[in-house]
Design a protein around this ligand. Structure first.
Ligand code: FAD
Ligand code: UDP
Length: 377
């Protein structure tokens, strides 16, 4: 407890209590450093925060989160702080009035086309790309075989174009190819959304997981504190900043573009509302997907809550910068901010999805934080 009027002294001030900030705090605290973590929100967990809604259903207010990773290192590290519930995410999409598995796979093909055509296309897909292989839709569009390119056009038009335009406000070609490559066409009957080695939900939720990571005698957490509104009350050696880098520099080099979201949570008096954890609406409606929380958390009660996701423009200071927009020009602007940081703020390390301006999943945010902490130490 600090005396009134005096400033608090720590080795590290970490801005942001999401995965990146919490993992960095734990790593530094373990070596005896005094760490203060602040977050402008009234809770820890960042965008992975979960809590009970008014109906007692566990929800993710900033969007449904499913943990998946191929990294044993990340999985082992996080396993120290949580037990897990096995969960394999399976997504369907409404296409041509039917529900098909997404990513598009051989089952999707057989649902959408007549038996003969599906068999012919399947044979060609296996011949050209190989069974159990994945191919991105943008790669597939380059195929010169007329039936293959017709199929690629169909997939592009019915699964990617509308969804991507809603989600990002631009078409797939205007984004880094890595964005649509997250959901490649899968030449297989494996209908899981992710193929990672480890696929789980934290048994007691993400907030509890982050709470345990932060539970160290060398870590103090202050919530509801915005770094941008802070005065000299905290005396720190080094600053780790997991907020938006352009905001940190008061947009000196211009605004880095982000995409925001609006969530509409609906609760139904039934055990389950939809067949799958996630149903995508690639062509119809203003929303992109509806996720039923109970499928993910595996809670079953007399009520169930779904999250309907509406992508919206990001307005700095008004709504949340949920997604960095991966494009060459934006990545170059971020690099200019990093150069500015070296020149003007050599004492600050930027990290996390917003500091690095990278489309990190939780495991990637964790992995990057583990590496960064090691480098700092
Ligand atoms: P964040 O979680 O954003 O934490 C940053 C924190 O910094 C925030 O709490 C913020 O309040 C705080 N902050 C910012 N500026 C300031 C300031 N000036 N002062 C004080 N505090 C500040 N990943 C998966 O692996 N699986 C999924 O299924 C998945 N689904 C997702 C769904 C959605 C809709 C979104 C948006 C993301 C999803 N992710 C998913 C990605 C996941 O949310 C991120 O990888 C992870 O949360 C990144 O952690 P972080 O600590 O970098 O950032
Ligand atoms: N995508 C699409 N149609 C779909 C699913 C995904 O066009 O049915 C594209 C879209 O551009 C999306 C990207 O693939 O933003 C990545 O999808 P993912 O589900 O990984 O997005 P996230 O969960 O990160 O929002």
């Amino acid at each position: 407890m600090q005396a009134q009027g005096t400033s608090m002294k720590v080795d590290y001030l970490i801005v942001g209590a999401g995965f990146a900030g919490a993992v960095m705090a734990e790593r530094l605290a373990k070596t005896g450093q005094q760490v203060l973590v602040i977050d402008k929100r009234p809770h820890i967990g960042g965008n992975a925060y979960d809590c009970l809604d008014a109906n007692g259903v566990l929800i993710h207010p900033y969007g449904p989160h499913i943990f998946h990773t191929n990294s044993d290192k990340v999985f082992d590290y996080l396993s120290k702080y949580t037990d897990w519930l096995p969960y394999e995410h399976r997504v369907v999409g409404v296409v041509d009035g039917r529900l098909i598995p997404i990513p598009f796979n051989l089952t999707s093909l057989e649902i959408l086309f007549d038996v003969e055509k599906a068999a012919r296309l399947k044979e060609k897909l296996i011949q050209q790309y190989g069974m159990d292989k994945k191919v991105t839709v943008l790669e597939m569009l380059k195929n010169t075989d007329s039936e293959m390119s017709e199929l690629a056009e169909y997939i592009y038009k019915n699964i990617f174009l509308g969804y991507t335009t809603k989600q990002w406000g631009m078409s797939p070609e205007d984004l880094s190819p890595s964005v649509t490559a997250r959901v490649p066409v899968h030449i297989s009957y494996d209908d899981r959304y992710f193929q990672d080695k480890h696929q789980y939900m934290p048994k007691y939720g993400y907030t509890k997981l982050i709470e345990k990571i932060l539970n160290h005698s060398n870590i103090e957490v202050i919530l509801g504190k915005d770094f941008k509104k802070m005065n000299a009350e905290i005396d720190y050696g080094k600053l780790i900043y997991t907020g938006a880098i352009d905001e940190f520099f008061d947009y000196e080099l211009g605004h880095l573009p982000y995409r925001s979201l609006r969530f509409d949570f609906q609760t139904y008096k039934q055990r389950r509302h939809q067949s799958n954890g996630q149903v995508n609406y690639p062509v119809s409606n203003d929303f992109t997907r509806i996720t039923e929380m109970g499928h993910l958390t595996q809670e079953i009660g007399c009520k169930t809550t779904v999250a309907i996701e509406y992508p919206i423009a990001h307005l700095p200071g008004v709504n949340i910068p949920y997604y960095p927009i991966p494009r060459e020009d934006n990545i170059r602007l971020h690099e200019r901010y990093i150069n500015l940081a070296m020149e003007k703020a050599p004492n600050v390390v930027f990290a996390g999805r917003l500091g690095d301006y990278k489309y990190y999943n939780m495991d990637q945010a964790t992995a990057a934080a583990l590496v960064l902490a090691k480098n700092i130490l």
